[in-house]
Design a protein around this ligand. Structure first.
Ligand SMILES: Nc1ncnc2c1ncn2[C@@H]1O[C@H](COP(=O)(O)OP(=O)(O)OP(=O)(O)O)[C@@H](O)[C@H]1O
Ligand SMILES: [Mg+2]
Length: 226
């Protein structure tokens, strides 16, 4: 399943994506901007590709819940390496449910071979991919066309609206009218549109302590849509 969080600066895209990711037991985060600072026994943050790979397999071994990779060098090259490891994990553990967060799509080449393979060939019910972006155009058509859920914040940019309209003209109409941190949720599989006007329902701090029991989680995004 692919989830896109799209919108202007600092409206809460990373927060919303991370909030949804946290519903899953095994999590992989690529955070080139070093925005997510989670501490706790079940999360590991690495800057080095080899250490990242080790921590990703530790997630699959059950020693960790979350592996956060904050590459210290070229985001594009780091993305390619990170996706290659993810692809191996998906192949080695086809029955395990995992969550993947790619924060700020414009840094990476989402047409990367391994990423495309994961997006298109991994079982949709098992692999949940969350992508944040400032504009729809930061996400290539190859991924936009197969995305299952769109979470879109306020925009009046015509180029953005045109791309949203390709999916849902009603969603494009609604996003122009949103206020503050409200967002539109377009469920592409069910062709369902809803608006969430309760930012406090989905807020979690990006800096904090990750607990193994995830007792701080507050339900699925659908639950908070009003
Ligand atoms: N639902 C919310 N309610 C209140 N504050 C929020 C909410 N979501 C995010 N914030 C706050 O807004 C700021 C930006 O959040 P976040 O980094 O998630 O936004 P973003 O859209 O990903 O930003 P950027 O454009 O820089 O990538 C942070 O200080 C965060 O704590
Ligand atoms: Mg962000």
């Amino acid at each position: 399943m692919i989830y896109l969080c799209i919108g202007r600066r600092e409206l809460g895209k990373t927060t919303l994506a991370y909030r949804m990711l946290r519903e899953l037991m095994r999590r992989f985060v690529l955070d080139a901007r070093h925005m997510i600072h989670q501490h706790g026994a079940h999360v590991e943050t690495t800057e080095d590709a080899n250490e990242s790979e080790e921590s990703m397999f530790a997630v699959m071994g059950g020693e960790l819940e979350e592996s956060i990779y904050q590459p210290s060098r070229s985001p594009k090259r780091s993305f390619t390496e990170w996706c290659a490891v993810l692809r191996t994990i998906v192949l080695d553990y086809p029955d395990r449910e995992i969550g993947v967060l790619v924060d700020e799509a414009s840094f990476y080449d989402l047409d990367d071979e391994s990423f495309q393979w994961i997006a298109k060939c991994a079982p949709r019910s098992k692999v949940h991919i969350f992508i944040t972006a400032h504009q729809p155009k930061d996400i290539p058509t190859s991924i936009r066309s197969i995305a299952d859920h769109w979470f879109i914040f306020y925009t009046t940019q015509q180029t953005d609206l045109d791309r949203i309209e390709e999916k849902s003209p009603d969603a494009a109409d609604l996003v122009r009218t949103l206020q503050g941190r409200d967002y539109v949720h377009w469920d592409d599989a069910r062709a369902r549109l809803s608006v969430n006007r309760y930012p406090s329902n989905w807020f979690i701090p990006l800096e904090g302590v990750t607990h193994a029991d995830r007792s701080d989680s507050t339900g699925t995004p659908a639950d908070t849509t009003g």
